[in-house]
Design a protein around this ligand. Sequence first.
Ligand code: UGY
Ligand code: MN
Length: 269
Amino acid sequence: MGYLNNNIGYPKDILQSRAIIKRNNYALIEPNGLVKNVLPGFENCDVTILATPKLGASFVDYLLTLHENGKNTKPFGANNADSHAAPDIETFAYVIDGKVTATAGEQTFNLDAGGYVYCPPGVAMFLENANGKNSSQLFLYKRRYIPVLGYHADIVSNNVNALEAIEYEGMSNVILKDLLPKELGFDMNIHILSFKPGASHGYVETHLQEHGAYILSGQGMYNLDNDWLPVKKGDYIFMAAYALQAGYAVGNEVFSYIYSKDCHRDVEL
Ligand code: UGY
Ligand code: MN
């Protein structure tokens, strides 16, 4: 294990962190402090595990850096002891930066920044750096798929630049992109919300659905369980079920984050 930003050695300042961990409520994780995890089947990669069930999430998020010749040799999402895709785990990968060759079952996709791929359960996802000597960075997600009779999810790949920009809830300064189809076969979606400086949510949300959000650009003031926290590009936020949440964009840049949200399933008792 090492530290992701290689910020090691004698401290240059007092030891402090913006990270806040409130299990089963919310977590703010800043880049300083993130570690590199060695996982089976990931070669020439730095893998950082973000939200997990230990934090209160029903999913797992990761940051993945593929270095030169970096790739996974067993499917992302496969169980530790297996070499094949888990039959009940869905996976998603988004290219933050660089170029990646992604394989989803029999299909191959060449992904640039903003490109993404979704694999339904049982479909093997492989990722390989296609950026030569330069690294590529990805945001990954996996979760146990909840089937519903008569519906299924398919492989999806696209680039966010090709997606419709939707005015979010009647506000022209907040733009939403839905990365996956809004169909009953999908039990979750991945979205990107982008706030122009000064824009905000229309209200503080309180909902059952969980989010894992990675901030792609800009800065914001974010309300998590009524704590107002400064957040910025590179931060990761976990919002558990019912966590109060809303944000204002501050500064000069568009405040934008990619996030997961479970959907389309009734609560089982
Ligand atoms: O889709 C959502 O629930 C989204 N508006 N939540 C969020 O941005 N925290
Ligand atoms: Mn929400």
